[in-house]
Design a protein around this ligand. Structure first.
Ligand SMILES: [Zn+2]
Length: 355
C-alpha cells in the first residue's frame, strides 16, 4: 500500500499534544515491526520515546525505576580494574543482540558498547532522574579515551568504524553529563571540529566534506558543551569565537527553503529533522530571531500525522526519529505546553539541570 493511500495528513492548525503523547507512549510500549531492523539501536529508540514524553510533560507514563534498571543492564563492565585501559570501550551496548554473541559462546567476553548508545543511555538516566554518581563512570571515561584518534576525532566502538563529528559530539555529551572531561583531549577534539568547518561556513562530518545540517549541529553543540562557545555569542558587542560565526550564520539561515522548512544541504528538500538540527544551531548562536519561525511552525504542522508523530516530509507516514526531532523543533519554537530544551545536550532543561 502506498503511503499516500493512508492519508496521514492531519492539517491541524496547532500541535495536537494529546495525540503526540499517545504516539510516544505507544512507541515506548511496543515498537511496530517495521523497527525490527533497528533492533541494534534499541537504546537510541528508547531515548527518542522517553525524551519525547518528557518534552510533552508526560513522563508519568513511564516507570522511571524500571527504565533506569533496564538501561543499566546494557552497561559493559571490565572484569578487572586494569582491563579498563585494554583498548576496549566500557560504555553501553545498543541492544541485547550486540550485548551477546549470536552463538552464546564467551558471551561475557563480548563487548560491543558504542559511543552513541552510551550517550543515549546517560541521557535517559538523566531524564528519569537516576543518580549518576552511583554508576561506574570511571570505567566509561578511562576506556573512552582509547577511542580518540590522533586527529582528535572519535571511533564509536573499539573494534573500529568510521570516525567523524557525530562521535566527537557523543564523547563531549558523555563527559558533560558525567561532569568529568578526563575521557577526552578537549584541545584535540576542538581542532578536529574546526577542521570540519567548510569554506561556506557549515560543517561537514569529516574535514573537507560537504557542509551538512546534522554535522553542523554536532560541531556547534560539542563546542558549546566543551566551553569553547559562549552563551548567546551574537548578543555580545564584540563576539569572539574560534569559528567563523558570520559565515556559519549565513549558511544556516539559507537552509530555510521556499516551503518554509529547513533542508540539510543546498538543493535538498525540506525535512522535519533539520528544523531541529539547523534551528538548534541558530538558537545556540542566539540567531533564532533571524529566521521565519512562524513559517517553520506552519511547515512542521504539515508533517504532523493524524496518528500522532511527525513524518520526514509532508504527506508521509510518521517515524520515531522525525517525530522526536519535529517535537524538539516545536519546543525550540517555544510552543506553549512543551518543556524547553537544553539544545546542545538534546534533553529538556529540567532533565539537564543539576549537571
Ligand atoms: Zn530527516
Amino acid at each position: 500500500m502506498e503511503d499516500s493511500e493512508l492519508s496521514p495528513y492531519c492539517y491541524s492548525s496547532s500541535l495536537d499534544k494529546d495525540r503526540q503523547i499517545r504516539f510516544f507512549e505507544m512507541m515506548f510500549e511496543t515498537l511496530p515491526s517495521d523497527y525490527e531492523e533497528q533492533e541494534i539501536n534499541r537504546l537510541t529508540l528508547a531515548y527518542f520515546a522517553i525524551s519525547g514524553l518528557d518534552i510533552l510533560g508526560a513522563l508519568d507514563r513511564v516507570d522511571k525505576e524500571e527504565v533506569a534498571s533496564w538501561v543499566l543492564s546494557f552497561q559493559s563492565h571490565a572484569r578487572r580494574r586494569d582491563d579498563r585501559d585494554n583498548g576496549q570501550f566500557y560504555g553501553f551496548h545498543g541492544s541485547r543482540t550486540c550485548q551477546f554473541q549470536p552463538d552464546g559462546s564467551k558471551a561475557l567476553d563480548h563487548n560491543g558498547s558504542h559511543l552513541a548508545s552510551t550517550y543515549c543511555a546517560l541521557a535517559i538516566l538523566k531524564i528519569v532522574g537516576y543518580n549518576l554518581a552511583t554508576i561506574d563512570s570511571e570505567s566509561i571515561l578511562i576506556s573512552m579515551k582509547n577511542l580518540q584518534q590522533p586527529d582528535g576525532s572519535f571511533m564509536p566502538i573499539h573494534i573500529g568504524a568510521e570516525t567523524d563529528l557525530r562521535f566527537v559530539y557523543c564523547a563531549a555529551a558523555i563527559c558533560f553529563i558525567l561532569k568529568n572531561w578526563s575521557g577526552m583531549d578537549r584541545e584535540k577534539a576542538k581542532d578536529y571540529i574546526l577542521n570540519c568547518q567548510s569554506y561556506d561556513g557549515g560543517f561537514g562530518l569529516v574535514p573537507g566534506s560537504e557542509s551538512h545540517g546534522g554535522a553542523t549541529y554536532c560541531a556547534v553543540a560539542a563546542l558549546k558543551l566543551m566551553g569553547f562557545i559562549e552563551d548567546d555569542p551574537l548578543s555580545k558587542s564584540t563576539p569572539s569565537s574560534i569559528i567563523n560565526v558570520p559565515l556559519l550564520l549565513e549558511w544556516s539561515l539559507h537552509r530555510q527553503t521556499v516551503d518554509c522548512g529547513f533542508q540539510g544541504r543546498p538543493n535538498k528538500a525540506s525535512d522535519t529533522c533539520y528544523a531541529f538540527w539547523v534551528g538548534g544551531v541558530l538558537r545556540i548562536l542566539g540567531a533564532h530571531q533571524f529566521f521565519d519561525s512562524g513559517a517553520l511552525h506552519g511547515f512542521l504542522l504539515t508533517c504532523q500525522s493524524q496518528y500522532g508523530g511527525f513524518s520526514k516530509f509532508p504527506g508521509k507516514l510518521p517515524d520515531l526519529y522525525h517525530s522526536y526531532y519535529g517535537l524538539s523543533a516545536f519546543s525550540l519554537l517555544e510552543e506553549p505546553g512543551l518543556k524547553p530544551l537544553c539544545i546542545e545536550l538534546g534533553i529538556t532543561d529540567v532533565a539537564a539541570s543539576g549537571i
